[in-house]
Design a protein around this ligand. Structure first.
Ligand code: NAP
Length: 489
C-alpha cells in the first residue's frame, strides 16, 4: 500500500528551529510552491545561535557580506565583521520582510517525532499533535552548552555563567572577571572586556593559533554606495568566496602549500605582535595552526598584553568561593567567572526522540557518532532531512552558504515526491556506508587530524567535518544522485 502523494493532497512540512537555517527553509519552500508548513521554535524568539549567544564582543568571524543570505544582501552592515546583535536584527528583518513570522509556533519544542503509516507524527511541548510528510531539522550545530567538569564550580560565591547563557544583570565595571577557555568565544570576550573591567584573568588550558583579521567599520559613504550599486556587494562576496576557496582547500590537505601559508600567517602574527618572550612562549601552541578551529582576531594579542589582563596557564585545580585556584597553589580572586568551555557538538536534533521506519531510534543509529549521507539524510528515516547536520563543511566556509545549497538539494529530493514518482525517500544504507568509509579516509589527510583535541573530532578521534573541497560540496549539492536513495511507495 502507498500513502497519498502530492498529486492528491497538499504536502505538509514541519521545520524544527527558527534560526538562520529554519528561516531560510521557510522562504525557499514557499518560493518553490510549498505553502503548508510550520516552524516549531522552542523559545520565544527567532535567531538560533544569535539569540542564545549575547556575550560581550560577539561577532561573526565570517565577513559580514558573506554571512548574509544570497537573496537578501545587506548594504547596511556597519563593519567588515558584523556584531552579533546586528546579525540578530538582520534575521528579524528578513523574517518580517518574507512574512515568515506567522508560520512560527514560538515556545513549542518538538520532543518527539515518529515515522508511522508513511508520515511523520510529531508531538510538541504544548501537547499539540501534528502529522507531516516532511520534517526538516534546522536545529543548529553548537547549541548545547558544555559545562566543564571543574571541581568546585558550584561553590563560587560570585556570579558565574556559561558564555552562551550570559547574565546581563551582572555589572562588570570595576569587577575582577575570569574567563575559562580560549576558543573563539573566549577570545572575543577577552577583546571586549579587558579594558572595561578592573582585572581580567584568561584561564588557558591550550594555546590557540590566531589568524589576524581587519575589522573595519564601513563609512556612511560606503554603505550609500552599496545601496546604490549592489554589484559592489557582489564583488565583495566574490572576493570572500575566492579566499574561502583557498582556506577550505588548505584545511583538507595538511601538507598543502595553502595550509603552510595559513600557518605562516598565524606564526607571524604571534611573533610580530607579542613582545614579551615568556608570554609569547605561553601563547605558542604545540600543534599545527588550523588543527583546532582557527581563531580570527585582529586585537586579541593587544588585549592580552594590556596591564589589566593576565594569561593564566598553570592549570585549574579547583574553583573556590573566592575564585579559581590553580595547580601552583595561587588563588586568582574573582567577582565574576565566565565558563567559555564550548558545546556538545554531537547532539544535532537531539534530545528530540526521532523514530524512523519500524521504530528505529536515531539515538541507536548514532550510538557511535552521528552519521548522515551528505550530512542531509539517514537510512530508514524517510522524508527527514537535516540542515547543517553531521559531517557537513561546518568549519570551512559560511554556514549560510552551506544551508542555501542544502535547501536546494532537499527541494530537488522532495520534487520526486511532489511529482508522484515515490512517497518516501531516504539515503540507502549502502550509499551512506560508502560515504562514511570514504569520508573517514579523506579526513585523515586534513589538518584537523594532525594531533590536537577539538570539537571537530568524534569519539574515535576522526574529524567529523566535510573533508573534501568546496567544489565537490557544491557539485554534490547541485546534482543529487537519486541512485543513492531508497525510493519507496
Ligand atoms: P570551544 O572552541 O570548544 O572552546 C572551549 C574552550 O574551553 C577551549 O579552550 C577548551 O580548552 C576550554 N575548556 C574546555 N573544558 C575545559 C576545562 N575543563 N578546563 C579548562 N578549559 C576547558 O568553544 P567556543 O569558544 O564556545 O567555540 C565553539 C565554536 O563556536 C567555535 O569553534 C566556532 O566554530 C563557533 N564560534 C564561532 C564564532 C564566530 O565568530 N563565527 C564565535 C564564537 C564561536 P582545550 O582547547 O584545552 O580543550
Amino acid at each position: 500500500m502507498t500513502t497519498a502523494t502530492a498529486t492528491d493532497r497538499d504536502l505538509r512540512i514541519v521545520i524544527i528551529g527558527a534560526g538562520m537555517a529554519g528561516i531560510l527553509t521557510a522562504i525557499k519552500f514557499r518560493e518553490a510552491g510549498y505553502h503548508n508548513y510550520v516552524i516549531y521554535e522552542k523559545t520565544d524568539r527567532i535567531g538560533g545561535t544569535w539569540r542564545e549567544n549575547t556575550y560581550p564582543g560577539i561577532a561573526c568571524d565570517v565577513p559580514a557580506h558573506m554571512y548574509t543570505y544570497s537573496f537578501e544582501p545587506n548594504p547596511n552592515w556597519t563593519s567588515t565583521f558584523a556584531p552579533g546583535p546586528e546579525i540578530h536584527a538582520y534575521f528579524e528583518s528578513v523574517v518580517d520582510k518574507y512574512e515568515v513570522r506567522e508560520s512560527i509556533r514560538f515556545n513549542e519544542a518538538v520532543p518527539h517525532c515518529e515515522f508511522r503509516d508513511g508520515r511523520w507524527h510529531l508531538r510538541t511541548s504544548t501537547g499539540r499533535e501534528d502529522v507531516a510528510d516532511f520534517v526538516i531539522a534546522a536545529t543548529g550545530v553548537l547549541h548545547h552548552p558544555k559545562v566543564a567538569d571543574i571541581p568546585g564550580l558550584d561553590s563560587f560565591a560570585g556570579a558565574s555563567f556559561h558564555s552562551a547563557r550570559w547574565d546581563h544583570s551582572v555589572a562588570l565595571e570595576g569587577k575582577r572577571v575570569g574567563v575559562i577557555g580560549t576558543g573563539s568565544t573566549a577570545i572575543q570576550i577577552t577583546s571586549a572586556l579587558v579594558e572595561k573591567v578592573a582585572h581580567f584573568d584568561l584561564f588557558q588550558r591550550t594555546a590557540q593559533w590566531i589568524m589576524p583579521i581587519d575589522v573595519v567599520d564601513y563609512t556612511d559613504e560606503e554603505k550609500a554606495a552599496f545601496r546604490r550599486d549592489p554589484s559592489k556587494l557582489e564583488a565583495i562576496r566574490k572576493q570572500v568566496n575566492d579566499d574561502f576557496e583557498i582556506f577550505s582547500n588548505a584545511v583538507i590537505d595538511a601538507e598543502s602549500a595553502e595550509m603552510k601559508e595559513v600557518e605562516g600567517a598565524c606564526l607571524a602574527n604571534l611573533e610580530d605582535n607579542v613582545r614579551d618572550p615568556e608570554l609569547r612562549k605561553q601563547l605558542r601552541p604545540d600543534y599545527r595552526a588550523g588543527c583546532k578551529r582557527l581563531i580570527f582576531s585582529g586585537d586579541f594579542y593587544d588585549k592580552i598584553q594590556h596591564p589589566n589582563a593576565d594569561l593564566v596557564t598553570s592549570g585549574i585545580d579547583a574553583v573556590e568561593a573566592g575564585g579559581v585556584r590553580t595547580k601552583d597553589g595561587v588563588l586568582h580572586e574573582l567577582d565574576v567567572l565566565v565558563v567559555a568551555t564550548g558545546f556538545n557538538a554531537e547532539n544535532f536534533i537531539r534530545p528530540t526522540t526521532v523514530l524512523g521506519r519500524d521504530g528505529v531510534n536515531l539515538d541507536d543509529v548514532w550510538s557511535e557518532h552521528p552519521v548522515a549521507y551528505l550530512s542531509i539524510s539517514i537510512p530508514e528515516f524517510p522524508n527527514f532531512f537535516m540542515l547543517n547536520g553531521p559531517n557537513g563543511p561546518v568549519g570551512n566556509f559560511s554556514l549560510i552558504q552551506i544551508a542555501e545549497y542544502q535547501v536546494g538539494y532537499i527541494l530537488r529530493l522532495m520534487e520526486e515526491i511532489r511529482a508522484g514518482r515515490c512517497a518516501q525517500i531516504s539515503a540507502s544504507p549502502e550509499a551512506t556506508e560508502n560515504f562514511e568509509v570514504e569520508r573517514s579516509e579523506a579526513a585523515k589527510k586534513s589538518i584537523w587530524a594532525t594531533g590536537c583535541n577539538s570539537w571537530y573530532l568524534d569519539k574515535n578521534g576522526v574529524p567529523a567535518s566535510w573533508p573534501w573541497s568546496r567544489a565537490r560540496f557544491f557539485e554534490e549539492m547541485t546534482n543529487p544522485q537519486l541512485e543513492a536513495y531508497d525510493l519507496a511507495g
